[in-house]
Design a protein around this ligand. Structure first.
Ligand SMILES: Nc1ncnc2c1ncn2[C@@H]1O[C@H](COP(=O)(O)OP(=O)(O)O)[C@@H](O)[C@H]1O
Ligand SMILES: N[C@@H](CCOP(=O)(O)O)C(=O)O
Length: 317
Protein backbone atom coordinates (compact mmCIF):
# COMPACT_ATOMS: atom_id res chain seq x y z
CA UNK A 1 0.00 0.00 0.00
CA UNK A 2 2.96 2.36 0.49
CA UNK A 3 3.02 3.31 -3.21
CA UNK A 4 -0.64 4.31 -3.02
CA UNK A 5 -0.05 6.26 0.19
CA UNK A 6 2.89 8.16 -1.33
CA UNK A 7 0.91 9.05 -4.44
CA UNK A 8 -2.07 10.13 -2.32
CA UNK A 9 0.12 12.34 -0.13
CA UNK A 10 1.45 14.00 -3.26
CA UNK A 11 -2.06 14.58 -4.65
CA UNK A 12 -3.06 16.25 -1.38
CA UNK A 13 0.16 18.24 -1.01
CA UNK A 14 1.03 16.28 2.14
CA UNK A 15 4.30 14.65 1.05
CA UNK A 16 6.87 14.54 3.84
CA UNK A 17 4.23 14.25 6.59
CA UNK A 18 4.51 11.65 9.31
CA UNK A 19 2.23 8.72 8.41
CA UNK A 20 0.98 6.06 10.86
CA UNK A 21 -1.12 3.05 9.93
CA UNK A 22 -4.15 2.98 12.28
CA UNK A 23 -6.55 0.34 10.94
CA UNK A 24 -6.70 -2.31 8.24
CA UNK A 25 -9.85 -4.30 8.94
CA UNK A 26 -12.31 -2.71 6.52
CA UNK A 27 -10.67 0.37 5.02
CA UNK A 28 -6.97 1.11 5.45
CA UNK A 29 -6.82 4.22 7.63
CA UNK A 30 -3.61 6.21 8.17
CA UNK A 31 -3.05 9.14 10.46
CA UNK A 32 -1.14 11.88 8.67
CA UNK A 33 0.58 14.46 10.87
CA UNK A 34 1.60 17.68 9.20
CA UNK A 35 3.02 20.36 11.50
CA UNK A 36 0.25 20.86 14.10
CA UNK A 37 -2.61 19.42 12.00
CA UNK A 38 -3.61 15.77 11.59
CA UNK A 39 -5.68 14.06 8.92
CA UNK A 40 -7.18 10.62 8.30
CA UNK A 41 -6.05 9.21 4.96
CA UNK A 42 -8.53 6.53 3.90
CA UNK A 43 -7.82 3.85 1.32
CA UNK A 44 -11.26 2.42 0.67
CA UNK A 45 -12.08 -1.26 0.54
CA UNK A 46 -12.35 -2.29 -3.10
CA UNK A 47 -15.86 -2.74 -4.43
CA UNK A 48 -17.76 -1.45 -1.38
CA UNK A 49 -18.85 1.93 -2.70
CA UNK A 50 -19.05 3.64 -6.09
CA UNK A 51 -17.31 6.98 -6.60
CA UNK A 52 -20.77 8.59 -6.59
CA UNK A 53 -21.56 7.08 -3.17
CA UNK A 54 -18.22 8.24 -1.71
CA UNK A 55 -18.56 11.71 -3.20
CA UNK A 56 -22.04 11.85 -1.69
CA UNK A 57 -20.66 10.90 1.74
CA UNK A 58 -17.97 13.58 1.46
CA UNK A 59 -20.44 16.29 0.38
CA UNK A 60 -22.71 15.35 3.30
CA UNK A 61 -19.82 15.36 5.82
CA UNK A 62 -18.76 18.77 4.56
CA UNK A 63 -22.28 20.13 5.07
CA UNK A 64 -22.61 18.53 8.52
CA UNK A 65 -19.27 19.92 9.65
CA UNK A 66 -20.32 23.34 8.39
CA UNK A 67 -23.46 23.03 10.51
CA UNK A 68 -21.44 22.34 13.66
CA UNK A 69 -21.97 18.57 13.86
CA UNK A 70 -19.08 16.53 15.26
CA UNK A 71 -17.93 14.66 12.16
CA UNK A 72 -14.71 14.60 10.12
CA UNK A 73 -14.76 16.85 7.08
CA UNK A 74 -13.00 16.27 3.76
CA UNK A 75 -9.79 17.99 2.76
CA UNK A 76 -9.71 18.71 -0.96
CA UNK A 77 -6.70 17.54 -2.95
CA UNK A 78 -4.54 20.13 -4.70
CA UNK A 79 -6.75 19.86 -7.81
CA UNK A 80 -9.88 20.62 -5.76
CA UNK A 81 -11.25 17.05 -5.86
CA UNK A 82 -12.27 15.31 -2.62
CA UNK A 83 -11.77 11.82 -4.01
CA UNK A 84 -9.09 10.22 -6.18
CA UNK A 85 -8.49 6.71 -7.45
CA UNK A 86 -4.86 5.62 -7.11
CA UNK A 87 -3.83 2.26 -8.61
CA UNK A 88 -7.51 1.26 -8.55
CA UNK A 89 -8.01 2.25 -4.90
CA UNK A 90 -10.35 5.08 -3.94
CA UNK A 91 -8.61 7.53 -1.63
CA UNK A 92 -9.74 10.53 0.39
CA UNK A 93 -8.51 12.66 3.28
CA UNK A 94 -10.58 13.73 6.29
CA UNK A 95 -9.88 15.92 9.28
CA UNK A 96 -8.58 13.97 12.29
CA UNK A 97 -10.93 14.17 15.27
CA UNK A 98 -9.61 14.57 18.81
CA UNK A 99 -10.21 12.06 21.58
CA UNK A 100 -10.47 8.29 21.42
CA UNK A 101 -13.09 5.70 20.48
CA UNK A 102 -15.74 5.06 23.15
CA UNK A 103 -14.49 1.50 23.27
CA UNK A 104 -14.65 -1.73 21.36
CA UNK A 105 -16.76 -4.86 21.43
CA UNK A 106 -13.89 -6.87 22.92
CA UNK A 107 -12.52 -4.30 25.39
CA UNK A 108 -15.80 -2.75 26.53
CA UNK A 109 -16.67 0.87 27.20
CA UNK A 110 -13.67 3.09 27.85
CA UNK A 111 -15.25 5.99 29.73
CA UNK A 112 -15.63 6.78 33.43
CA UNK A 113 -19.22 8.06 33.12
CA UNK A 114 -21.17 5.86 30.70
CA UNK A 115 -24.62 7.40 31.32
CA UNK A 116 -23.22 10.89 30.66
CA UNK A 117 -21.59 9.76 27.45
CA UNK A 118 -24.77 7.98 26.26
CA UNK A 119 -26.75 11.15 26.93
CA UNK A 120 -24.19 13.05 24.83
CA UNK A 121 -24.47 10.42 22.06
CA UNK A 122 -28.25 10.86 22.04
CA UNK A 123 -27.92 14.63 21.81
CA UNK A 124 -25.33 14.51 19.03
CA UNK A 125 -27.33 11.91 17.10
CA UNK A 126 -30.42 14.10 17.24
CA UNK A 127 -28.42 17.15 16.12
CA UNK A 128 -26.97 15.04 13.30
CA UNK A 129 -30.44 13.90 12.15
CA UNK A 130 -31.76 17.46 12.33
CA UNK A 131 -28.80 18.88 10.39
CA UNK A 132 -29.19 16.14 7.75
CA UNK A 133 -32.86 17.06 7.33
CA UNK A 134 -31.93 20.73 6.95
CA UNK A 135 -29.45 19.92 4.19
CA UNK A 136 -30.48 19.58 0.56
CA UNK A 137 -28.36 16.84 -1.02
CA UNK A 138 -26.99 17.54 -4.51
CA UNK A 139 -28.92 16.02 -7.43
CA UNK A 140 -26.26 13.32 -7.89
CA UNK A 141 -26.45 12.24 -4.22
CA UNK A 142 -26.47 8.47 -4.03
CA UNK A 143 -26.33 6.24 -0.95
CA UNK A 144 -28.00 2.95 -0.20
CA UNK A 145 -31.25 2.63 1.77
CA UNK A 146 -31.87 0.77 4.99
CA UNK A 147 -35.57 0.67 4.14
CA UNK A 148 -37.89 -2.32 4.49
CA UNK A 149 -36.45 -3.95 1.35
CA UNK A 150 -32.89 -3.23 2.55
CA UNK A 151 -33.64 -4.88 5.88
CA UNK A 152 -36.13 -7.64 5.13
CA UNK A 153 -36.47 -7.97 1.34
CA UNK A 154 -35.17 -10.78 -0.84
CA UNK A 155 -31.73 -9.16 -1.05
CA UNK A 156 -31.13 -7.26 2.22
CA UNK A 157 -28.14 -4.89 2.25
CA UNK A 158 -26.24 -7.15 4.65
CA UNK A 159 -27.39 -10.48 3.30
CA UNK A 160 -30.09 -13.11 3.78
CA UNK A 161 -29.77 -13.55 7.52
CA UNK A 162 -32.29 -16.38 7.60
CA UNK A 163 -29.96 -18.37 5.29
CA UNK A 164 -26.74 -18.08 7.31
CA UNK A 165 -25.33 -21.58 6.67
CA UNK A 166 -24.43 -22.20 10.32
CA UNK A 167 -27.99 -21.77 11.65
CA UNK A 168 -29.56 -24.78 13.33
CA UNK A 169 -32.92 -25.90 11.98
CA UNK A 170 -34.64 -24.21 14.94
CA UNK A 171 -32.78 -20.93 14.46
CA UNK A 172 -33.45 -20.94 10.75
CA UNK A 173 -37.17 -21.48 11.41
CA UNK A 174 -37.13 -18.71 14.05
CA UNK A 175 -35.46 -16.17 11.75
CA UNK A 176 -37.70 -17.09 8.81
CA UNK A 177 -40.79 -16.59 10.96
CA UNK A 178 -39.35 -13.38 12.38
CA UNK A 179 -38.72 -12.02 8.87
CA UNK A 180 -42.40 -12.54 8.00
CA UNK A 181 -43.71 -10.96 11.21
CA UNK A 182 -41.27 -8.03 11.16
CA UNK A 183 -42.12 -7.33 7.54
CA UNK A 184 -45.83 -7.17 8.38
CA UNK A 185 -45.24 -4.98 11.43
CA UNK A 186 -42.90 -2.59 9.62
CA UNK A 187 -45.17 -2.37 6.56
CA UNK A 188 -48.05 -1.27 8.81
CA UNK A 189 -46.05 1.49 10.49
CA UNK A 190 -43.32 2.63 8.09
CA UNK A 191 -45.22 5.57 6.60
CA UNK A 192 -45.43 7.21 10.02
CA UNK A 193 -41.78 6.63 11.00
CA UNK A 194 -39.02 9.22 11.01
CA UNK A 195 -36.93 8.44 7.91
CA UNK A 196 -33.97 10.27 6.41
CA UNK A 197 -30.19 10.16 6.31
CA UNK A 198 -28.68 7.97 9.04
CA UNK A 199 -25.18 6.89 10.09
CA UNK A 200 -26.17 3.22 10.51
CA UNK A 201 -23.04 2.17 12.45
CA UNK A 202 -22.93 4.17 15.67
CA UNK A 203 -21.12 1.47 17.63
CA UNK A 204 -18.42 2.13 20.25
CA UNK A 205 -15.58 2.01 17.71
CA UNK A 206 -17.17 4.81 15.66
CA UNK A 207 -17.94 7.23 18.49
CA UNK A 208 -14.99 9.40 19.46
CA UNK A 209 -15.12 10.77 22.98
CA UNK A 210 -13.19 13.80 24.08
CA UNK A 211 -14.14 14.52 27.68
CA UNK A 212 -17.92 14.90 27.56
CA UNK A 213 -17.92 15.65 23.81
CA UNK A 214 -18.79 12.96 21.30
CA UNK A 215 -18.16 12.94 17.57
CA UNK A 216 -18.97 10.36 14.91
CA UNK A 217 -16.61 8.70 12.41
CA UNK A 218 -16.89 5.95 9.75
CA UNK A 219 -19.85 6.71 7.52
CA UNK A 220 -19.24 3.60 5.37
CA UNK A 221 -22.66 2.16 6.21
CA UNK A 222 -24.50 5.48 6.14
CA UNK A 223 -27.42 6.16 3.84
CA UNK A 224 -31.15 6.58 4.03
CA UNK A 225 -32.99 4.80 6.81
CA UNK A 226 -35.22 4.93 9.84
CA UNK A 227 -33.91 7.12 12.64
CA UNK A 228 -34.81 4.35 15.09
CA UNK A 229 -32.21 2.20 13.29
CA UNK A 230 -29.47 4.62 14.40
CA UNK A 231 -30.75 4.45 17.98
CA UNK A 232 -31.00 0.65 17.84
CA UNK A 233 -27.46 0.34 16.48
CA UNK A 234 -26.05 2.45 19.30
CA UNK A 235 -27.92 0.29 21.83
CA UNK A 236 -27.75 -3.27 20.49
CA UNK A 237 -24.06 -3.78 21.26
CA UNK A 238 -24.73 -2.74 24.86
CA UNK A 239 -27.61 -5.07 25.64
CA UNK A 240 -25.40 -7.13 27.96
CA UNK A 241 -24.02 -4.15 29.88
CA UNK A 242 -25.13 -4.41 33.53
CA UNK A 243 -26.42 -0.82 33.41
CA UNK A 244 -28.12 -1.19 30.00
CA UNK A 245 -31.48 0.29 31.16
CA UNK A 246 -29.62 3.36 32.42
CA UNK A 247 -27.66 3.73 29.18
CA UNK A 248 -30.80 3.37 27.09
CA UNK A 249 -32.70 5.96 29.14
CA UNK A 250 -29.75 8.33 28.98
CA UNK A 251 -29.45 8.02 25.21
CA UNK A 252 -33.17 8.57 24.63
CA UNK A 253 -33.25 11.42 27.12
CA UNK A 254 -30.30 13.10 25.38
CA UNK A 255 -31.93 12.63 21.98
CA UNK A 256 -35.18 14.19 23.18
CA UNK A 257 -33.33 17.19 24.59
CA UNK A 258 -32.67 18.10 20.94
CA UNK A 259 -35.37 16.45 18.88
CA UNK A 260 -38.57 14.46 19.34
CA UNK A 261 -38.69 10.78 18.45
CA UNK A 262 -41.39 8.12 18.79
CA UNK A 263 -39.70 5.04 20.25
CA UNK A 264 -42.76 2.75 20.35
CA UNK A 265 -41.10 0.50 17.74
CA UNK A 266 -37.64 0.47 19.30
CA UNK A 267 -37.84 -3.26 20.10
CA UNK A 268 -38.63 -3.99 16.45
CA UNK A 269 -35.56 -2.00 15.41
CA UNK A 270 -33.33 -3.69 17.98
CA UNK A 271 -34.32 -7.02 16.48
CA UNK A 272 -33.91 -5.75 12.90
CA UNK A 273 -30.43 -4.53 13.79
CA UNK A 274 -29.52 -7.80 15.52
CA UNK A 275 -30.41 -9.93 12.48
CA UNK A 276 -28.43 -7.76 10.03
CA UNK A 277 -25.21 -9.00 11.65
CA UNK A 278 -26.26 -12.63 11.09
CA UNK A 279 -26.45 -11.84 7.37
CA UNK A 280 -23.26 -9.73 7.35
CA UNK A 281 -21.08 -12.43 8.89
CA UNK A 282 -22.14 -15.04 6.32
CA UNK A 283 -19.50 -13.81 3.85
CA UNK A 284 -16.87 -13.40 6.58
CA UNK A 285 -17.00 -16.75 8.35
CA UNK A 286 -13.47 -17.62 7.28
CA UNK A 287 -11.96 -14.32 8.50
CA UNK A 288 -9.95 -14.23 11.72
CA UNK A 289 -12.45 -14.15 14.59
CA UNK A 290 -15.30 -14.90 12.15
CA UNK A 291 -16.67 -18.05 13.85
CA UNK A 292 -16.70 -16.43 17.31
CA UNK A 293 -18.45 -13.33 15.92
CA UNK A 294 -20.94 -15.54 14.12
CA UNK A 295 -21.81 -17.41 17.33
CA UNK A 296 -22.23 -14.13 19.21
CA UNK A 297 -24.36 -12.55 16.48
CA UNK A 298 -26.65 -15.62 16.31
CA UNK A 299 -27.02 -15.73 20.11
CA UNK A 300 -27.95 -12.05 20.27
CA UNK A 301 -30.37 -12.37 17.37
CA UNK A 302 -31.99 -15.47 18.90
CA UNK A 303 -32.58 -13.65 22.20
CA UNK A 304 -33.78 -10.34 20.77
CA UNK A 305 -35.94 -11.90 18.07
CA UNK A 306 -37.56 -14.37 20.48
CA UNK A 307 -38.40 -11.53 22.86
CA UNK A 308 -39.82 -9.52 20.00
CA UNK A 309 -41.97 -12.36 18.71
CA UNK A 310 -43.25 -13.11 22.19
CA UNK A 311 -44.36 -9.53 22.62
CA UNK A 312 -45.57 -8.84 19.10
CA UNK A 313 -49.28 -8.85 18.55
CA UNK A 314 -48.58 -11.04 15.53
CA UNK A 315 -46.23 -13.33 17.41
CA UNK A 316 -46.76 -16.99 16.83
CA UNK A 317 -44.09 -17.96 19.36
N1 LIG B 1 -11.35 11.19 11.23
C1 LIG B 1 -10.82 10.44 12.20
N2 LIG B 1 -10.37 11.02 13.32
C2 LIG B 1 -9.80 10.29 14.30
N3 LIG B 1 -9.63 8.95 14.24
C3 LIG B 1 -10.05 8.32 13.14
C4 LIG B 1 -10.68 9.03 12.07
N4 LIG B 1 -10.99 8.13 11.12
C5 LIG B 1 -10.59 6.93 11.57
N5 LIG B 1 -10.02 7.04 12.79
C6 LIG B 1 -9.43 5.94 13.58
O1 LIG B 1 -9.24 4.83 12.70
C7 LIG B 1 -10.03 3.72 13.11
C8 LIG B 1 -10.62 3.02 11.89
O2 LIG B 1 -11.39 3.94 11.13
P1 LIG B 1 -12.75 3.59 10.43
O3 LIG B 1 -13.14 4.71 9.55
O4 LIG B 1 -13.72 3.19 11.50
O5 LIG B 1 -12.35 2.36 9.55
P2 LIG B 1 -12.93 0.89 9.51
O6 LIG B 1 -14.39 1.00 9.14
O7 LIG B 1 -12.11 0.29 8.46
O8 LIG B 1 -12.73 0.28 10.88
C9 LIG B 1 -11.07 4.29 14.05
O9 LIG B 1 -11.50 3.36 15.01
C10 LIG B 1 -10.34 5.47 14.70
O10 LIG B 1 -9.53 5.02 15.75
N1 LIG C 1 -20.21 -4.50 11.08
C1 LIG C 1 -19.32 -4.62 12.17
C2 LIG C 1 -19.41 -5.95 12.75
C3 LIG C 1 -18.47 -6.12 13.93
O1 LIG C 1 -19.23 -6.32 15.07
P1 LIG C 1 -18.54 -6.63 16.48
O2 LIG C 1 -19.71 -6.81 17.40
O3 LIG C 1 -17.71 -7.86 16.34
O4 LIG C 1 -17.71 -5.42 16.83
C4 LIG C 1 -17.97 -4.21 11.65
O5 LIG C 1 -17.95 -3.38 10.76
O6 LIG C 1 -16.94 -4.64 12.10
Amino acid sequence: MSGVVDQALELWGLSGSQVTLIATRENHVYRVDREDTSFALRLHRRGLHSNAALQSELAWLSALGGDGIGVPTPLAALDGQNLHTVDGIQVDVLSWLPGRPLGSTSAGIDHSDSPAVFRAIGREMARFHRASDRWTPPAAFSRWSWDRAGLLGDAPLWGRFWENPTLTGDDSELLTRYRRVANTDLAQMEASLDYGLIHADLVRENIMTDGQNVRFIDFDDAGFGFRLFDIATALVKNLNEPDYPLLKDALLDGYRQERDIDTALLDLFLSLRAVTYVGWITLRLSEEGGPARNTRFIETARTVVSEYLNRSAHGEG
